[in-house]
Design a protein around this ligand. Sequence first.
Ligand code: B12
Length: 221
Amino acid sequence: MESQTLRLVDELLSGNQDSAWNIVEKAVEKGASSLDIYEGLLTPAMRYIGTLWEKNIVTVADEHVATTTCDYLLTRYGFYKKVTSKRNKKHGKVMLFCLEEEQHFIGLKMVSLLFEEHGFDTRFLGADLPKEAAEVMATDWQPDIVALSVTISFHLDQLPQYVNLLESLDPKPIMLIGGRLIASNHVANSVVDKAKQMPSLNELNEWLLRYKKGVDIHVDA
Ligand code: B12
């Protein structure tokens, strides 16, 4: 593990927002892209904290402090990108949420920020969104794309219900599914196959570049 990641792990666990931000800022100054920050710095740091928790080296409370600090970094980074780059929200609307009872939203927040950077209008609904609430928002706001995130295996059972619900909307949004489970293995299921499974932000980024050119507008493209 890189030394800057280990330093970040310490700052996240101590809840030192400004020192943690300094590490991100230094990486940006050295030329790190958003993908580098998300996939190369913050994600490995959070995953490493998971390993420390598994080994009983850190507590659940420590994990919560690390999460709120990481959340802060993402908000601050998103703000930094907003003020330092010109964007117009011309590429469409994206609604993002985690399935009911799913608390792990940090990865999806990165997804939301990446969409914003690509010029999309986003609604990030965060963790634990019941199907009925998703339906109300999607019917009312009519997103072009809906991005879902799933981390915990026993939340996967409800995924087909969300996919079917979104599939029945008119107009039907493009559905993207990601998260730890998708990153580690493709979920085989004919219903879920109506959506595009995306194992990483790099893959999402590639897809977005094609989507914006008007090529990859179909899920199976
Ligand atoms: C922080 C954390 C928590 C926090 C969650 C905070 C939050 N609000 O997000 C808290 C403390 C609440 C928590 C609770 C639990 N957790 Co937890 N948690 C973690 C930890 C340490 C880090 C998660 C994280 O932020 N990772 C970093 C993010 C950026 O990675 P990511 O989510 O994979 O996202 C990346 C990609 O997947 C992608 N992505 C994500 N979503 C999407 C969506 C789209 C569309 C796309 C394109 C891409 C994409 O983008 C990211 C880019 O890198 C992990 C360890 C780990 N290995 O991840 C355990 C971990 C995920 N948790 C675990 C467990 C077991 C739990 C609990 C069940 C523990 C318990 N007994 O209470 C509960 C369940 C809560 C619930 N109901 O959801 C296990 C899961 C194991 C399993 N087989 O299911 C892990 C792996 C820990 C472990 N080593 O055992 N957890």
